[in-house]
Design a protein around this ligand. Structure first.
Ligand SMILES: [Zn+2]
Length: 296
């Protein structure tokens, strides 16, 4: 991974950024962002094309149209720096930090850019998890004064019932060992909700699904190879049966969300889940920067 200085040398001008965006966004040639038509003509005005089909052949577009970079007063060089910083920061980076580091624009602008970049951190293809998979749910967020209330990074221990759960958002996740994580915000932790998630995220051909003793996962028995680790009896590992990977993903997420962002509302939590799972899923070899630009 390059340094920030190298990044700025790689992209010395707005034009160099645009060129890279065109390359990543339209790797198989420029297409109309409205209708997908490949028959487009380059105009003499730089970075402008016209679609031969849309609006009787007068629809003009630039590579920014339909991307997260559209309709902002922020230059692409600045955008690229912020994308770089977000890909680099394991625990996440706050809008305030971003505002200070780029030294431009308002806090509001920085906040808005961060959220748009999180939205671009979607995994393009969705593959069900296989092999050894850990499934677990947790609660994230809530008021800052709950942070000493137990649990890593301010998260309450789960299954503590209704008391103190105000403002906390339930999240379910699955992680394939040495593979990817998939997680999402859920309305409740009922069997039906958890079951729907597992059906969506975990392959039928999975070798093992490890969960803790929460009764919510009994429904897996018989359908999938399911083993339970009994945390309440002080058991954490029994051979392959443990939830160490998802546990550590949750604690990283909570440390990031509470430590960096202090408070995260239910509305925005899916964006943070995007960000944290994107970094996790590309931790080994992914060119995160290129992926974000391609997904912009
Ligand atoms: Zn078109």
């Amino acid at each position: 991974m390059m340094t920030l200085t190298q990044l700025m040398e790689r992209f010395p001008t707005e034009d160099s950024c645009r060129e890279y965006l065109v390359e990543k966004r339209w790797s198989k040639g420029v297409r109309c962002p409205r209708c997908g038509n490949e028959r487009v003509c380059r105009l003499t005005r730089p970075w402008n094309w016209v679609c031969t089909k849309c609006s009787k052949g007068v629809y003009r577009f630039s590579p920014l149209v339909g991307t997260i970079f559209e309709n902002t007063n922020v230059g692409l060089r600045t955008w690229f720096q912020v994308i770089y910083l977000m890909c680099q920061s394991k625990k996440g980076i706050s809008a305030l930090q971003v505002q200070r580091m780029i030294g431009a624009g308002s806090y509001r602008t920085a906040w808005y850019m961060c959220h748009r970049i999180r939205a671009a951190m979607q995994s393009p293809e969705f593959k069900k998890l296989a092999g050894f998979v850990e499934v677990d749910e947790t609660y994230v967020g809530g008021k800052a004064h709950n942070r000493h209330g137990g649990g890593v990074g301010g998260g309450l221990k789960k299954h503590q019932g209704g008391r103190g759960m105000a403002g906390k958002v339930a999240v379910v996740g699955a992680i394939a060992r040495k593979g990817n994580v998939i997680c999402k915000v859920i309305e409740n932790t009922s069997n039906a909700t958890l079951d729907a998630f597992v059906r969506q995220a975990v392959s039928e051909k999975v070798k093992l699904v490890a969960t803790d003793e929460h009764a919510g996962y009994r429904f897996l028995d018989g359908r999938l190879p399911h083993e339970v680790v009994n945390h309440s009896h002080g058991e954490y590992v029994r051979g392959n049966v443990h939830t160490a990977n998802i546990d550590s993903f949750w604690s990283g997420l909570k440390r990031g969300v509470i430590g960096t962002f202090h408070k995260v509302s239910k509305k925005y939590l899916p964006l943070y889940l995007n960000e944290f799972s994107f970094r996790y899923n590309n931790r080994k070899d992914g060119d995160m920067f290129a992926l974000v630009v391609a997904g912009s």
